[in-house]
Write a protein that binds this ligand. Sequence first.
Ligand SMILES: Cc1cc2nc3c(=O)[nH]c(=O)nc-3n(C[C@H](O)[C@H](O)[C@H](O)COP(=O)(O)OP(=O)(O)OC[C@H]3O[C@@H](n4cnc5c(N)ncnc54)[C@H](O)[C@@H]3O)c2cc1C
Length: 455
Amino acid sequence: MASTLEDLRAQARGQVVAPDDPDYDEARAVYNAMIDRRPAVVVRAAATADVVAAVNHARENRLAVAVRGGGHSVPGFGTVDDGVVIDLSAMREVTVDPGSKTARALGGATWGDFNDATNAHGLATTGGIISTTGVGGLSLGGGIGYLARGAGLSCDNLVSAEVVTADGQTVTASGNEHEDLYWALRGGGGNFGVATSLEFRLHPVADIYGGPMFFEVADAGDVLRWFRDFIVDAPEEFGGFPAWQIAPPLPFIPEDRHGDTFLAFVACWAGPIGQGEQMLKPLHDVAPVVAEHVGPMPYPALNSAFDGLVPPGLQHYWKANFVKELTDDAIAAHLEHGPGVPVVNSTVHIYPINGACHRVASDETAFAYRDATFATVIAGMWPDPADNEKHTAWVRDYYDATAPLSEPGGYVNFMAQDDQARIRDNYKGNYDRLVEVKRAYDPDNLFRVNQNIAP
Ligand SMILES: Cc1cc2nc3c(=O)[nH]c(=O)nc-3n(C[C@H](O)[C@H](O)[C@H](O)COP(=O)(O)OP(=O)(O)OC[C@H]3O[C@@H](n4cnc5c(N)ncnc54)[C@H](O)[C@@H]3O)c2cc1C
């Protein structure tokens, strides 16, 4: 007999929220306010056993599963109509082993949780640039951030994971157990099961030297050309990215420039702090800096510095591309569309993913684009649903101008709901092997609420 809601309630230690529950609306909401889905049940898992019960319930009742870690998925993969949401956000403990330089995060931890725990030991690994993003979703899709050029992608630092698979088994995936699953998890996203814990390699990073710098739009071409040339063989401790940004009302920005549009550069030097100022000098020499908030700070401080620009409850529509070479034509397209960034929350980031990311072979993990130098995200984020048409049009126009100058694939974690047709392109030569692993671990596609690799 298939598991009933009563069975699920009896088995789970965490809360089981059904549509008639007073907490239902809160439990079904995700970060992107455009997403409005009505799951059959939300399981707020307290432990791995709850995840097993929820997976079994979904499989036995032929319901789709949506796994929610940090809930940041722009297409809203953390929820699903008529299916089972497994909400991991109560499972967020992070345990650090400074001796082996590793940390284990439960499946619902955020990068804020992770960085605070590891920074206490002067250690870090590559994570995202916002502290409220989930470790699970970000690292399983790849994981791009300030430390990537030196430490590799987040998924390159994944040492092992505890995974609940579609048949309700709990397995460990690592270099010597379930190696095929371990390979697929590093870039393949949430397609293969629920990662209830993830173990990462850490690197000695405590304080960094960096922060945001604002350049006039008139100087943006010079800054982008400098970035393109400098990043090719810049020291790998140098991370950071250019970003179109409307100036928020922050004290370090002259008051009469609040609301003006700039090309910002967010820098992060993770080498010896004393070298930081000198490392950023060439950038200062490119053009006058209108405002900056640059200096030494703990790595978690930079990781949470922009959280205020992206509170939960905004509308989101994003597009993404990998780029091998930022040609003059590509820069011209950025200069045409970037200054039109319509609202303070929206932005475009051009992340460098060379250095250590390139030292991993394209078939060594599921993340295939090891020859791309940049990952671009055009991130539309705005508060008022009445503006949906205007803001999605800005993202689409920008994307249409840059896509022909980019690779066919993009980073799965920056892609939109309407990008499912690009999945094969995102994984290039790794796609067929991913399908094989999917067939082995999830032949009925229970985990299909994601950038889906169909079995
Ligand atoms: C404000 C913001 C900033 C971002 N910054 C960055 C950045 O700097 N670098 C970067 O690389 N990406 C970044 N992203 C993109 C981010 O990587 C994706 O949105 C990612 O999917 C978020 O993971 P999550 O756990 O928060 O999301 P969720 O919505 O909870 O999950 C997203 C996907 O991952 C799967 N998933 C999540 N946790 C698990 C788990 N434990 N086991 C199995 N599957 C799981 C889900 O099934 C779903 O398909 C950002 C996104 C936002 C909204």
